[in-house]
Write a protein that binds this ligand. Structure first.
Ligand code: HEM
Ligand SMILES: *[C@@H]1O[C@H](CO)[C@@H](O)[C@H](O)[C@H]1NC(C)=O
Ligand SMILES: *[C@@H]1O[C@H](CO)[C@@H](O)[C@H](O)[C@H]1NC(C)=O
Length: 492
């Protein structure tokens, strides 16, 4: 009897059973909580993946905001994300209810790489301690003081020399800018800058840049959606993990070098200060060498790509809008002249230049969805129930391109930041995010942007190479970056 039954169940039947079982399991797993933000119809297993256009994520969900308004949810692979739009709600998440949304969600690739250590992807007590220590140390090493400004100005001179060596011929400024910007972080963390032709330095930068490229690959994105499957496949995500291992061991070498010639009474740099912190509690607390490696790489990573991308956008916009470039140069000539190097204290006398830098950051919009956050506990947001541990993305584009906040949101218009000839601070300008977990390097980044931008425009006029038009189209990676371009830095 049993045998008969068994034989009558065809292979097809078995497949149908299996499929129904998987669908039910999938449904149970992804069942949404009550009063959760609305979401469109989703496919089994894939969720809303089909709605996302990897090459242009900014516009692909346009229709959703039209239909659902300021808050909705999307299932992307195995993770559910709440999307939040508009200044009112974004501020609610980052500031008013900031404490409830202060965590980072677990991103499979990040977890694999950093095991939830460091600054960017850590949480709770560990994050709080690392962040407080890093902010204090940056301040002690001269953030907001003269000594760090001196280091940046020194680096500006090297970069101006490098650009000058091109003698006005077309060149791709990407790596020269990366060299200069990462040197600032290097001098804070390792205690010294590197010559642009130093082999070890070039290797380090090449690895960092590779990780930027690799994080942007579809396989890496897929890894984050379906880690348990993709883990076993070959592809760029494997190269990415290998690259991070190389980066870690290269930082580890630098730490060992510091330990060799360590003098407890002297704090030369971030690593020295951290080693002292490890010694203080005998390495029993959250200050541990593995965490120092993670923090160092976080600073290098978060501090280089972002600032360098912004400067690349700035040069591109200047070459695209020569009349705006000419006004910046006129202001530089009037306030600073050609004889001395720009300094931070010039900024308050240069409203137009300051407005242009802000407009580059607004229009450049290099981190359109901010860094992801996650709820620390069950939370109510705009009447919706968001359970503990829900991942959430704040849409910075919806704030920095809001028609109700900006006069001409889609144009490059420094006038957005000017009123009666004075600099005008705008509430909807939030490229560094807001609240207690906002960008840790904002003061440093703003100093670098002002000093590098003015130093370069004091000495050069940026132009498209002969017979070419520059494109303002972007590439998507970790940041929204300009497509690789060549430009002429014509000496003034
Ligand atoms: C134009 C340059 C920069 C931009 C646009 C930028 C933007 C951001 C944004 C949007 C976040 C996420 C904040 C959040 O979750 O609310 C962030 C985090 C962070 N940034 Fe920046 N950043 C820049 C430069 C820098 C620099 C120079 C450093 C180096 C000191 C840095 C270090 C960090 C760190 C460590 C975090 C993680 C903070 C945390 O999770 O507590 N950033 N940045
Ligand atoms: C983000 O905001 C922009 C501008 O308002 C909008 O076009 C886009 O659809 C939004 N994306 C999401 C996922 O909310
Ligand atoms: C660290 O270890 C030393 C010697 O092993 C001990 O004297 C000291 O009390 C310890 N400090 C802490 C904070 O545990």
């Amino acid at each position: 009897m049993l045998r008969f039954l068994w034989e009558s169940i065809s292979f097809q039947m078995l497949l149908v059973f299996l499929l129904v079982f998987l669908l039910v399991a999938d449904y149970m797993k992804h069942r949404k909580p009550k009063h959760f933000p609305p979401s469109p119809f989703s496919l089994p297993f894939l969720g809303h993946m089909h709605l996302l256009n990897f090459s242009n994520p900014q516009t692909s969900v346009q229709k959703l905001t039209e239909k659902y308004g300021e808050i909705f949810s999307l299932q992307i692979g195995s993770s559910l994300f709440v999307f939040v739009n508009g200044l009112r709600l974004v501020k609610e998440v980052l500031v008013n209810q900031g404490e409830n949304f202060i965590d980072r969600p677990e991103i499979p690739l990040d977890k694999e790489i950093f095991s939830s250590m460091g600054l960017v992807s850590s949480n709770g007590h560990l994050w709080k301690q690392q962040r407080r220590f890093t902010l204090t140390t940056l301040r002690n090493l001269g953030l907001g003081k003269r000594s760090l400004e001196e280091r940046i100005r020194e680096e500006c001179r090297y970069l101006v020399d490098e650009f000058g060596n091109q003698q006005g011929n077309p060149f791709n400024p990407h790596f020269k800018i990366n060299n200069a910007i990462s040197n600032i972080i290097c001098s804070i963390v390792f205690g010294n800058r590197f010559d642009y032709h130093d082999e070890d330095f070039q290797k380090l930068l090449q690895l960092l840049d590779n990780t930027v490229q690799l994080h942007g690959t579809i396989m890496s994105q897929l890894y984050n959606c379906f880690p348990s499957i993709i883990k076993f496949l070959p592809g760029p995500h494997k190269t990415l993990l290998k690259t991070w291992r190389l980066l870690k061991s290269s930082v580890k070498e630098k730490i060992d070098k510091h330990k060799e010639d360590w003098n407890p009474s002297e704090r030369r740099d971030y690593i020295d200060s951290y080693l002292q912190e490890i010694a203080k509690d005998n390495g029993s607390g959250s200050f541990q060498e593995e965490n120092l490696v993670a923090c160092t790489l976080d600073l290098l990573f978060a501090g280089t790509e972002t600032t360098s991308t912004t400067i690349r956008w700035a040069l591109l916009y200047m070459a695209t809008y020569p009349e705006i470039q000419a006004r910046v140069q006129a202001e530089i000539d009037a306030v600073i002249g050609q004889a001395r190097q720009p300094a931070l204290e010039d900024r308050s006398n240069m409203p137009y230049t300051n407005a242009v830098i802000h407009e580059v950051q607004r229009k450049g919009n290099i981190i359109p969805f901010n860094a992801p956050r996650s709820t620390v506990k069950d939370t109510v947001l705009d009447g919706f129930h968001i359970p503990k541990g829900t991942a959430l993305l704040t849409n910075l584009t919806s704030v920095m391109f809001d028609k109700n906040e900006w006069e001409t949101p889609d144009s490059f218009n420094p006038g957005h930041f000017l009123k009666d000839g004075q600099f005008w601070k705008r509430e909807a300008f939030i490229p560094f995010s807001l609240g207690k977990r906002a960008c840790l390097g904002e003061v440093l980044a703003r100093s670098e942007l002002f000093l590098f931008f003015t130093a370069l425009l004091q000495k050069f006029t940026f132009q498209a190479p002969p017979d070419t038009t520059l494109s303002l189209q972007f590439n998507l990676g970790i940041t929204i970056a300009p497509r690789p371009y060549k430009i002429c830095a014509v000496p003034r």
